[in-house]
Design a protein around this ligand. Sequence first.
Ligand SMILES: CC(C)(COP(=O)(O)OP(=O)(O)OC[C@H]1O[C@@H](n2cnc3c(N)ncnc32)[C@H](O)[C@@H]1OP(=O)(O)O)[C@@H](O)C(=O)NCCC(=O)NCCS
Length: 183
Amino acid sequence: MNTIIHTHLAPTLDSERLHLRHFTELDAEDVFAYASDEQTVQYLTWPAHQNVQMSKTIITSLLSNESTYAIVLKGTEKVIGCIDLRIVSETEASFGYVLNRSYWNNGYMSEALQTTLTYMFSELGIQTVTSCHETENPASGAVMKKCGMQWIHLAKQETLFGKTTDNDHYCITRDAWVVRTNP
Ligand SMILES: CC(C)(COP(=O)(O)OP(=O)(O)OC[C@H]1O[C@@H](n2cnc3c(N)ncnc32)[C@H](O)[C@@H]1OP(=O)(O)O)[C@@H](O)C(=O)NCCC(=O)NCCS
């Protein structure tokens, strides 16, 4: 039986190439670099940042919490993206992510997601992790599949966070994760 309560999440998580840590205002320029790019934010639920001050304000008001991680490329201090864990109950979680477009298709988000899935399943007592992406954004589905998530269903014209789109939904259970990581 899992009795872990998620009052405190790890301040940092590490993988081979990435260091995940919480945001500070000093990250505003790096956040602006990805969050101001219209192509990057087109499938997200928030509009592009207009200036660095807006990024600083959003870091303070929305990103500075213990379940939102800045993705830092090891060997640099550069924040290249963000992954946030959404713990919805003692056993269920979801996540969201975004990466600076200059770094796409290097396997970075798959590495970040794998790291956070491992953390949630092995240390937080999470049993099920679900997420979804707009059907027109297959790169996000590729990340989920590479991390062992199973496609569950297509929700046509679904309204999420005020945006109505076709969405592909994915899921991975702790049991499936255990089989995958300890075959
Ligand atoms: C989605 C996103 C986070 C992926 O990050 P990333 O670091 O490039 O992801 P990875 O390199 O780990 O994997 C990307 C996979 O998508 C695949 N891919 C890229 N573009 C694709 C496309 N147009 N159609 C299908 N697959 C695509 C890549 O080939 C790769 O799969 P592979 O390794 O099997 O070849 C990044 O593109 C991004 O930030 N997009 C904008 C924000 C966003 O969409 N967030 C998710 C909202 S649900």
